[in-house]
Design a protein around this ligand. Structure first.
Ligand code: ADP
Ligand code: ZN
Length: 743
C-alpha cells in the first residue's frame, strides 16, 4: 500500500509513503497520519490510498502513525477540499487546516476515566465475613452494591477515603471490574443557557409554515440535491421550519448541519434544538471558536463516529464530519459574516451549497432579506423559493419611522445622538416596562476625531485610516494595525481647542441614554464586551430575563435574536453603512434596517422602529420603511445589471502589498499586461489602483479587480500564471474570489 499525503506543515506538495502492515487496517483516504519529513515527524492527511509514487518504491519512507480510528475527512469532505482549493485559489494545506479543527490535529486528548462496578452481586454472608478480615474492601463492595451503574474510580476512592491498593485487591479477587470510559466535555451544559432551554411540544404550524415544511420535506424525501431559499419576514417562524426539517432528517437516520452567522447566535439556536431533540436521545453538538480544545475534540468525535447527528455552529461547522449528511440549514444566508476574510477565503453559504451537492443533500437557505446572489439564483431556476409573508399569529410587522437628522441637528443646534422622537418613544416604552434596543454601526466611544474649525481628521501614520477615539483611556487607536497614542487636547493641525467627534459609538450612546433615562438598567454589547468568553451569553440571558431595560450594541444584536418584550428599536445612525465605496452599500443598508426592525414587536405587543438618517429619501431606506424586499431587489438588480456587477458576473479581488510602493505598482502593472495577454476577453480588468486603505502596517497596497462570467474558468488560469512569475520576497499578492467587502 502506497499513500499520497498532504503535509500540514508548510509543504504544499503531495508526498508518497509506504504503509506498514500494522497500520493498514486503520488507514483510509482522509486519515490523519504522522510521517517523517527530513528526519522530523509531521502531521499529514491521506489524499490517495492507491498512489503511484514518483520515486522507486524501495526508497519510500513509511507512515509512522495513524491518529484516529476513523478518517478525519469523509470522502465528500475530501472532494469539497479539492473544490475549495481550486475555486478560491487557496493552497490545499490551508484548506485542510480550515476544515480540520486544531484540536483534532493537535495534542488534545479524549478524556477518559476509570470506572468501577461489581462483577456479580455479593451475598450478604460473604460481606459479613469480609468485614472482619478486610473492612475497607467490604465497604467498597457495599458502596458499589448500592449503585446501579459503574462509578468513577476517583469518586469511589475519595468518598470512602480508600486507597488504590484496596481496589487492586478486589480486582485481583475478581469481585470488582474496572473499565476505561470516554467522558465527554459537553459544550454549554444547560445551566449555561440561563433557562433558555425550551422544552415541550412543538407548536402547531401556521398554514404558511406547513406549506414550506412540506415543500422542503418533499426534497428531503427525494434524497437528491436541492437548494431552497426560504424568504420569510422577521418573526415568521423560520426557525420552526428548520427544526421540522431537522426532525425529518433525524427520523430518517440522517445528519444535519445548522449554520448561523455569528457565535452570539449559537446559544439560542442550541437551546431550541436541544429542547426539541434531546429528550428523543439526539445530542446536539456546538461548534465555534469559543470552545475549549477538549470540547471541540469531543464534539468532533461524536459527529465523526455518528454518535451525534446534529451540529450547530458558525461558518466552519460546514466542515463538520457528520455521517450521512441530508440537510444543511444556512440561517441568515445574506450575512457577510459567512465569508472568511483570511485564507482560505471561502463563503460558508456557497460551500454549504456545494457540499450539499456532493452529498446529494438539501441546502435550506433562510433570510428575511435574502442576498441578491441567492435571489438571482431563484430567478434563474436554480433555487426553489419558499415564502413566509406573515408573522406568526398574524402579529404586525413594526412601524418604521424615519427621522431626518438634518432637521434635528438644526433644531437641537449641534451634534445630536438621540432625536426627540426617539427620546419620547423611549420614555413611553420604559414607563410601560417594555424593553428597548438601540443599534449602532460602530465600536468604541466614537469613531474619528475631527476639528470643527479646520476639518482635520487624525489618521494612523501607518494605515491612512482615521484613528478611533477611546474615551476610557483617552487614546486614539488604529483598528487595522493597533497603533495607539494619547488623544490630543487641541487640534494637531490648527491648534483650535474645538475638537469634535464624528460618528457615534456605543459608549457615547450609553451616556446619552443615561441622561434621558437615568433609572433604566443599561448594558452595552460590542466587540469590546465580546472579548470576554461567556460575557455575551450572560448579557443576552439577562436581557431575556428582563434584568436589562435598554440594550445598546453593534451589528451582533441586529441579527436573528428573538426577545418578545422588545417593543422599540432605534437605529441611531442608519447611513453609516451607505456612504462607503462598495456597490453592496445599498443592499447592506436595506438589510440592516429590515433586520434591526425585525427585533421589535415579536411578543404580544406591537413594535416600533425609529431610524435616524441624514439621507431619508434614499431608495434603500424607503424600501426598508415599507419592508418591500421585492421592490428593493427589483430596483437594485437593475442597477447591478446596468454596471454588470455581481450577481450578474463574478468579481475577483487581487491585492498586491509590500513596503516599496514603486515596486508594488510595477509588479501589479506588469501582471495586468500578462493577464490581458493570456485571458484576453474572458475577464474585464480594473486597476491596478491604490486600495481605499492605501497603507496597512507600513505596507503599501494596490488592487486589481477582475469581472468575469465564470470564476471556475478564470481562477485556475490566474493561479497557473502566478506560478510562472518569480515574485520578490517583498511583494505579496492575494486573490479573493467573490469578495464580500470592497474596502
Ligand atoms: P424568524 O426566524 O422567522 O424571525 P422565529 O423562528 O424566531 O422567527 O419565530 C418567531 C417566534 O414565533 C418564536 O418565538 C417562535 O417560537 C414562535 N413560533 C414559531 N412558529 C410558531 C407556531 N407555529 N406557533 C406558535 N409560535 C410559533
Ligand atoms: Zn494603523
Amino acid at each position: 500500500m502506497i499513500v499520497g499525503v498532504q503535509p500540514l506543515a508548510g509543504f504544499d506538495k503531495l508526498l508518497h509513503y509506504s504503509v506498514p502492515e500494522t497500520l493498514r487496517a486503520a488507514l483510509r483516504a482522509g486519515s490523519l497520519v504522522r510521517v517523517p519529513i527530513m528526519n522530523r515527524s509531521h502531521l499529514a492527511l491521506v489524499l490517495e490510498t492507491n498512489a503511484v509514487p514518483d520515486v522507486p518504491v524501495a526508497k519510500l519512507k513509511a507512515v509512522s502513525a495513524v491518529l484516529h480510528d476513523f478518517p478525519a475527512l469523509t470522502p465528500d469532505l475530501l472532494e469539497l477540499a479539492r473544490w475549495m482549493s481550486g475555486y478560491y485559489a487557496a493552497r490545499m494545506e490551508g484548506v485542510l487546516e480550515a476544515m480540520i479543527p486544531a484540536a483534532v490535529r493537535g495534542e488534545a486528548q479524549l478524556k477518559s476515566e476509570k470506572y468501577l462496578s461489581l462483577v456479580d452481586p455479593v451475598a450478604p454472608e460473604r460481606l459479613v465475613a469480609l468485614r472482619k478480615k478486610a473492612p475497607q474492601q467490604a465497604r467498597l463492595l457495599e458502596f458499589l452494591q448500592q449503585q446501579f451503574r459503574p462509578v468513577k474510580k476517583s469518586l469511589v476512592l475519595s468518598r470512602l477515603d480508600a486507597t488504590a491498593a484496596v481496589v487492586s485487591a478486589l480486582l485481583k479477587r475478581g469481585l470488582v471490574r474496572e473499565e476505561v470510559r470516554h467522558v465527554e466535555r459537553v459544550a454549554y451544559p444547560d445551566n449555561w443557557t440561563g433557562g433558555e432551554v425550551v422544552t415541550g411540544l412543538p407548536p402547531k404550524l401556521m398554514d404558511e409554515q406547513a406549506a414550506v415544511v412540506k415543500s422542503v420535506g418533499e426534497s428531503l424525501t427525494k434524497g437528491k440535491f436541492a437548494v431552497h431559499l426560504l424568504h420569510g419576514v422577521t418573526g415568521s417562524g423560520k426557525t420552526e421550519v428548520y427544526l421540522r426539517a431537522v426532525e425529518q432528517v433525524l427520523a430518517a437516520g440522517g445528519s444535519a448541519i445548522y449554520l448561523v452567522p455569528e457565535v452570539a447566535l449559537t446559544p439560542q439556536t442550541v437551546a431550541r434544538l436541544r429542547g426539541r431533540f434531546e429528550s428523543a436521545g439526539h445530542q446536539t453538538v456546538v461548534w465555534h471558536s469559543h470552545l475549549s480544545e477538549g470540547e471541540r475534540l469531543d464534539g468532533w468525535t461524536a459527529l465523526a463516529t455518528g454518535k451525534a447527528r446534529v451540529v450547530v455552529g458558525a461558518r466552519s461547522a460546514v466542515f463538520a464530519p457528520v455521517r450521512d449528511l441530508r440537510l444543511i440549514v444556512v440561517d441568515e444566508e445574506h450575512e457577510p459574516a459567512y465569508k472568511q476574510d483570511e485564507t482560505p477565503r471561502y463563503h460558508g453559504r456557497d460551500v454549504a451549497v456545494y457540499r450539499a451537492k456532493l452529498a446529494s443533500a438539501v441546502c435550506l437557505l433562510g433570510s428575511a432579506t435574502p442576498s441578491l446572489e441567492s435571489f438571482a439564483n431563484v430567478r434563474a431556476g436554480k433555487y426553489q423559493l419558499d415564502l413566509l409573508l406573515k408573522r406568526v399569529d398574524d402579529k404586525k410587522l413594526p412601524d418604521i419611522h424615519i427621522v431626518d437628522m438634518r432637521i434635528e441637528v438644526m433644531r437641537q443646534r449641534g451634534l445630536v445622538t438621540l432625536s426627540r422622537v426617539l427620546v419620547d418613544h423611549m420614555h413611553q416604552r420604559f414607563a410601560r416596562k417594555e424593553q428597548i434596543i438601540l443599534f449602532i454601526n460602530r465600536r468604541g466611544y466614537s469613531s474619528s476625531m475631527q476639528c470643527r474649525k479646520c476639518g482635520h481628521v487624525e489618521e494612523c501614520p501607518h494605515c491612512s485610516v482615521a484613528m478611533t477615539y477611546h474615551r476610557a483611556d483617552e487614546t486614539l487607536k488604529c483598528h487595522l494595525c493597533g497603533h495607539q497614542r494619547g488623544a490630543p487636547a487641541v487640534c494637531p493641525s490648527c491648534a483650535a481647542p474645538d475638537i469634535r467627534w464624528r460618528g457615534l459609538g456605543t459608549q457615547r450612546v450609553e451616556e446619552a441614554v443615561r441622561r434621558v433615562l437615568p433609572r433604566a438598567r443599561l448594558e452595552r454589547m460590542d466587540t469590546d464586551t465580546m472579548a470576554k468568553k461567556h460575557r455575551f451569553r450572560q448579557i443576552l440571558g439577562d436581557f431575556r430575563a428582563g434584568k436589562i431595560d435598554v440594550l445598546i450594541g453593534t451589528q451582533m444584536i441586529g441579527k436573528g435574536l428573538d426577545f418578545p418584550n422588545v417593543t422599540l428599536v432605534g437605529l441611531v445612525d442608519a447611513d453609516l453603512s451607505m456612504h462607503v465605496p462598495d456597490f453592496r452599500a445599498n443592499e447592506r443598508t436595506f438589510q440592516l434596517i429590515v433586520q434591526v426592525a425585525g427585533r421589535a414587536g415579536r411578543g404580544d405587543r406591537a413594535g416600533e422602529v425609529i431610524v435616524q438618517t441624514f439621507t431619508p429619501k434614499a431608495d434603500a431606506i424607503q424600501f426598508a420603511k415599507r419592508s418591500d424586499f421585492d421592490g428593493f431587489a427589483e430596483a437594485e438588480l437593475a442597477v447591478r445589471k446596468k454596471f454588470n456587477y455581481p450577481p450578474y458576473r463574478h468579481l475577483i479581488h487581487h491585492l498586491f502589498r509590500g513596503p516599496n510602493p514603486e515596486k508594488i505598482r510595477f509588479f501589479a502593472e506588469h501582471w495586468v499586461k500578462q493577464v490581458e495577454k493570456t485571458l484576453g476577453g474572458a475577464v474585464e480588468i480594473r486597476g491596478p489602483v491604490p486600495s481605499p486603505i492605501e497603507k496597512v502596517k507600513d505596507e503599501y497596497r494596490f488592487q486589481i479587480w477582475y469581472f468575469c462570467a465564470r470564476a471556475t474558468k478564470v481562477v485556475p488560469e490566474l493561479v497557473k500564471l502566478q506560478a510562472t512569475v518569480k515574485w520578490p520576497a517583498d511583494v505579496t499578492q492575494v486573490l479573493d474570489v467573490d469578495p464580500m467587502s470592497l474596502m
